[in-house]
Design a protein around this ligand. Structure first.
Ligand code: XLS
Ligand code: CA
Ligand code: CA
Length: 442
């Protein structure tokens, strides 16, 4: 089988990435991710539902505020549409060789942006036709797409929350086209990440009005999506800041409150990104757990931040403690369902070899495969679960149970406090840390 789909191979010298197991020292092989291996009732591939992010993998060229591009792509072309078609071929060659079954993109990643609305729409739909053909040829599916309503100078004061109605309508044009393309490509989810849906200063901002506009905009987009046959889940991706000083979808808890405040809970869930949770001062697992507890965990952007840096470094996941704690939440909620693990992660600016893009993804996939296997063992053994269950045992029967069931009034509860026999119970945190290490390292 050929692993490229157009008439040209872009990642020359790299074949299908194989599982070679722990003993392998081949950097272009999986050591832990064995797609067909059964973990419980599902294969690793079915559990993990990996997706490649178009923007980091095929658009980010290493430029940062201090320096220019360091990465050259084999599909680069002077003509933006020629480049877009070549990029699509390269992307599908990459997915097929690597074995990620899903992909995600912004409109601006796949087709050139244009100030002129008609040109934007024409470009985007031409490329979407090619994406559909490539999906059919390879079996790779769209996990989600989204509108880039934050890069163009139009959006410097926000998109749906812009104080100028003209900009709000232009953002709607993009979202409409993205929903049209989503339905054409059979997407499972549609994402709203509001990079500039926030403020830089309260001195010039009517926050109440902006949040209401966002609520209205999302409800209208939902209604449009449903009217054209979008059956998937709408996802809000929380992030506390960057590029805005303050973003309205600060973290999972805030996004869920927003979804409920504007009556969107039947159609919306969250897309949780690890690095955004840590930027908000939480752990990755915390935001996942908040969503799982509220039946709001739709999908995951799998990456990691940097402990020393306060910004969104979007690194490939390599911290197995984090992947274990993420997979514990995901397995306990019964899996990702129609969501997936999207590598919203980029190589470092100085990782400039073509093979580094593969190596980065292989590391992320292996880290999540380890996380899956270890979390599954932890759950099957039940030691952590039984410790947590025992910790709350006083609510399982008697008065604790009446309290939990809402069958007690406050004065009665307080009266019980008068004679309560309070015994000290250790939280056993160090024991649990050590127990966790024994699952990781034997
Ligand atoms: C940026 C976000 C973005 C979303 C999609 O920080 O992670 O890439 O995932 O717009
Ligand atoms: Ca993201
Ligand atoms: Ca990010």
């Amino acid at each position: 089988m050929e692993y490229f789909v157009g008439d040209k191979e872009y990642f020359k010298g790299i074949g299908k990435i194989q599982f070679e197991g722990k003993g392998s020292d081949n950097p272009l092989a999986f050591r832990y991710y064995d797609a067909d291996k059964k973990i419980g009732t599902k294969t690793m591939a079915e559990h993990l539902r990996f997706a490649t992010a178009y923007w980091h993998s095929f658009c980010a060229n290493g430029a940062d505020p201090f320096g220019s591009a360091t990465i050259t792509f084999p599909f680069a072309d002077k003509d933006p549409m020629t480049e877009a078609f070549a990029k699509a071929d390269a992307a599908f060659e990459f997915f097929t060789k690597l074995g990620t079954q899903y992909y995600c993109f912004h409109d601006a990643d796949v087709a050139p942006m244009s100030d002129d609305a008609k040109t934007y729409e024409k470009n985007y739909h031409k490329v979407a036709d090619v994406l559909l053909a490539r999906q059919k040829a390879t079996g790779v599916k769209l996990l989600w797409n989204t509108a880039n309503a934050f890069s163009h100078p139009f959006y410097m004061n926000g998109a749906a929350t812009n104080p100028d109605f003209a900009v709000v309508s232009r953002a709607a044009l993009q979202v409409k086209n993205c929903l049209d393309v989503n339905v054409q490509l059979g997407g499972s989810n549609y994402v709203f990440w509001g990079g500039r849906e926030g403020y830089m200063s309260l001195l010039n901002t009517d926050m109440k009005r902006e949040r209401e506009h966002l609520g209205r905009f999302l409800a209208m987009a939902r209604d449009y999506g449903r009217s054209i046959g979008f059956k998937g889940t709408f996802l809000i991706e929380p992030k506390p800041m960057e590029p805005s000083k303050h973003q309205y979808d600060y973290d999972a808890q805030t996004a869920i409150a927003f979804i409920r405040e504007f009556g969107l809970e039947a159609d919306f869930k969250c897309n949780i990104e690890a690095n955004h949770a840590t930027l908000a001062g939480h752990t990755f697992a915390h935001d996942l757990q908040v969503c799982a507890d509220n039946h709001m965990l739709g999908s995951v952007d799998a990456n990691q931040g940097d402990a020393q840096n306060g910004w969104d470094t979007d690194e490939f996941p390599s911290n197995v403690y984090e992947t274990v704690s993420a997979m514990l939440v995901i397995l306990r909620q019964g899996g990702l369902k129609d969501g997936g693990l999207n590598f919203d992660a980029k190589r470092r600016r100085n990782s400039t070899d073509l093979e580094d893009l593969f190596i980065a993804h292989i590391g992320g996939m292996d880290s999540f495969a380890l996380g899956l296997e270890i979390a599954n063992r932890i759950i099957e053994d039940g030691k952590f679960d039984s410790l947590v269950k025992n910790r709350y045992a006083s609510f399982d029967a008697g008065n604790g149970n009446l309290f939990e069931a809402g069958k007690m009034d406050f004065a009665t509860l307080a009266e019980m406090g008068r004679n309560a026999q309070i015994v000290q119970h250790s939280g056993k945190q160090e024991y649990l840390n050590n127990l966790l290490n024994s699952y990781l390292f034997g």
